[in-house]
Design a protein around this ligand. Structure first.
Ligand code: SOE
Length: 368
């Protein structure tokens, strides 16, 4: 019996990894925790792929992404490469009949993202985009409380996603290069997570947006920069709730500060990604901090809790929850809240609306 047959018999998902940077390693750890076999990896060079394979325990090294995508012992391809390469790689993986997990942004244009979403639904494979903050148990708790009416009618919201790794002019990254990163950097990279969370938790679409963007340095490390460091948004949801959202990769001391606060007619809710064990529930009298507790939380939150209360869960756990759901979907399950290529398209639509608003200095209606 070949290894391939054995794996198929016991139903182990066989994972192919394209890209071996920070995100590739997060994906690999999550795949392993979900019980997958890391079958093949490609990276920027063969040397690099060999190093990644050794460190992560991947069975085989491919010369390039095409080698991972074509491999008969790969069921799902994880694409963790620079943004501008996502669309072509995802298209090729879908065409090869593979399930796909593609890093965000799914594509750097709305038309490419739309084509991929269509291709994915036509082929019927699982095609997911890691909007992983959905997988924090207290995010699910917040979502359940909104859906059950416990906060009342949504009046307003206030959110921010702040980092500081691009603070100095010498801070550089391929994301700052429009050719590799795309026309938007801060918003596409992290503002997309924030807007995904707004829509996921409230159950409402952002209907219109007025945005300003700011590029602080036109040049970084000798290359010209064509995308933004900061974005500030006014938003209105489909029910008329008003909101403010701030996104920056130049906020000193803020490492990965994703905060979302909702104000309803009865209660407020506040989730802070750097304190993921907590959900603040605001009331005119008796505001309180709810701590994660699988025995007390909504079932959708409880199912994502892998350790008992008091044993903190974090970013990698959220990522693990996402990949576990992707692999469950590959096995035929229909997990609630799985972010798919349709959500990747939604992020592309929002990104285009933000850029258009900033350019025209007008409110933009965001297509549903
Ligand atoms: C870098 O800004 C980054 O790694 C993003 O690309 C991720 O999506 C976010 O989760 C953390 O920050």
């Amino acid at each position: 019996m070949t290894t391939e047959v054995i794996d198929t018999v016991v139903g182990t998902v066989r994972t192919g990894l394209v890209g071996g940077g920070f995100m590739g390693r997060v994906h690999a750890a999550a795949a392993r925790r979900a019980g997958a076999r890391l079958a093949s990896v490609a990276s920027a060079s063969r040397d690099r792929a060999e190093k990644v394979a050794r460190e992560l325990g991947v069975s085989r090294v491919a010369d390039d992404a095409g080698g991972v995508i074509a491999a008969s012992d790969v069921d799902v391809v994880h694409i963790c490469t620079p943004n501008a390469t996502h669309a072509a790689l995802a298209e090729a993986a879908l065409a090869a009949g593979k399930h796909v997990v593609c890093e965000k942004p799914l594509a750097t244009s709305v038309s490419d993202a739309r084509a991929l979403a269509r291709q994915a639904s036509a082929t019927g494979v699982v095609a997911a985009v890691p909007f992983v903050y959905r997988y924090h148990p207290m995010v699910r708790e917040a979502r359940a409380r909104v859906a059950s009416g416990r906060i009342g009618t949504l009046l307003s919201l206030d959110g921010s996603y702040l980092q500081d790794w691009m603070l100095r002019q010498e801070d550089d990254d391929w994301r700052a290069d429009a050719a590799a990163g795309g026309p938007s950097r801060a918003f596409a990279d992290i503002g997309s997570h924030l807007c995904d969370l707004v829509e996921f938790v409230t159950g409402e679409r952002i209907a219109r947006v007025a945005a300003r963007t700011r590029r602080v340095f036109d040049e970084r490390a000798g290359r010209s920069v064509a995308n933004e460091d900061v974005a500030a948004l006014l938003v209105e949801t489909e029910s008329g709730a008003l909101g403010t959202l701030l996104v920056s990769q130049m906020a000193p001391g803020r490492k990965n500060a994703l905060v979302l606060e909702l104000h309803g007619t009865r209660r407020s809710l506040r989730f802070d990604q750097e304190r993921p064990e907590e959900l603040w529930v605001g009331a005119r009298k008796g505001s309180r901090l709810v701590l994660r507790d699988p025995a007390a939380d909504h079932p959708d939150s409880a199912r994502l809790q892998t350790v008992p209360a008091g044993h903190p869960m974090g970013y990698q756990d959220a990522f693990d929850g996402f990949v576990a759901d992707v692999y469950a979907a590959i096995g035929g399950a229909q997990p609630d809240g799985l972010p798919t290529f349709a959500d990747g398209l939604r992020a592309a639509v929002l990104t285009a609306a933000v850029l258009e608003s900033a350019q025209t200095r007008t409110w933009i209606e965001v297509p549903a």
